[in-house]
Design a protein around this ligand. Structure first.
Ligand code: ADP
Ligand code: MG
Length: 238
């Protein structure tokens, strides 16, 4: 289960409020994309959900439970960082196993989960390599593998493809969409790229200066943008 609710959530850094009161429900199993220009608060919102930043006011509920006092490791969510966050001196196997080792999981269970994740991600033949011996796409898959082994209730992606070249990005987009179908788990995906949002999302949340401008399916936003900002950003004819 991965249902996430934000109720009147605000975030300020010092005197600057970057997220005004915000309400949003992410349903279990949904692929939700937060999209908007640089600096609009996408990463902040994701970090609030992950618990990497404290909210200033309001409530975040994960599966109906108030998450305020729940530390990131216990929220059941896995943040996928860009592939450059891999440990270069460790094998792929050790990189993927890393969060489980930190959680002091038994070796048999670790091996089982790493093997299963490697199969899902087509990394079985690469487990003994180091990240430096992999392509950009494979490295990104290792970063995703590190999230999968934790069997999270939801995956949180923050612009995971932004340091890949254009051709690779298209392939990885499809891979992540496939992964969502296979795992049937809630995914929140942050991007400033309209094309990624339109092609990957069940639900798009369009943000501007911390405000939700519109929430809807790609088709709804395209056909019925609520204002000129959404229309311009999504690229609809209006
Ligand atoms: P995005 O991910 O959409 O580019 P961010 O969430 O990173 O946007 O940033 C939203 C706003 O919050 C920006 O104005 C940014 O400068 C500000 N901000 C983000 N993190 C901090 C921080 N730790 N301290 C102060 N201001 C921050
Ligand atoms: Mg960001």
């Amino acid at each position: 289960m991965g249902r996430i609710q934000l109720k009147d959530v605000t975030k300020s850094f010092g005197d600057v409020q970057v997220i005004p009161p915000l309400n949003l429900t992410i349903e279990d199993g949904e692929f939700t994309v937060f999209v908007g220009p640089s600096g609009c608060g996408k990463s902040t919102l994701l970090r609030l959900i992950a618990g990497l930043e404290d909210i200033t006011s309001g409530v975040i509920e994960i599966n109906g439970e108030d998450a305020t006092d729940v530390v990131p490791a216990r929220r059941g969510l896995a943040m996928v960082f860009q592939s450059y966050a891999l440990y270069p001196h460790m094998s792929v196997r050790k990189n993927i196993a890393f969060p489980l080792r930190m959680a002091k999981m038994g070796q048999d269970e670790i091996d089982k989960r790493v093997t299963a994740a490697a199969e899902v991600l087509n990394l079985t033949d690469y487990l003994d390599r180091r990240p430096g011996q992999l392509s950009g796409g494979q490295r990104q898959r290792v970063a995703i593998g590190r999230a999968i082994v934790r069997e999270p209730a939801a995956f949180l992606f923050d612009e995971p493809l932004s340091n890949l070249d254009a051709a690779l990005r298209v392939g990885m987009r499809m891979e992540i969409s496939e992964l969502h179908k296979k795992l049937d788990t809630t995914m929140i995906y942050v991007t400033h790229d309209q094309v990624e949002a339109m092609t990957m999302a069940d639900k798009i949340v369009v943000l501007q200066a911390g405000n939700i401008e519109q929430v809807g399916s790609p088709l709804e936003l395209y056909q019925r943008p609520r204002n000129t900002f959404v229309a311009g950003f999504i690229g609809s004819p209006k």
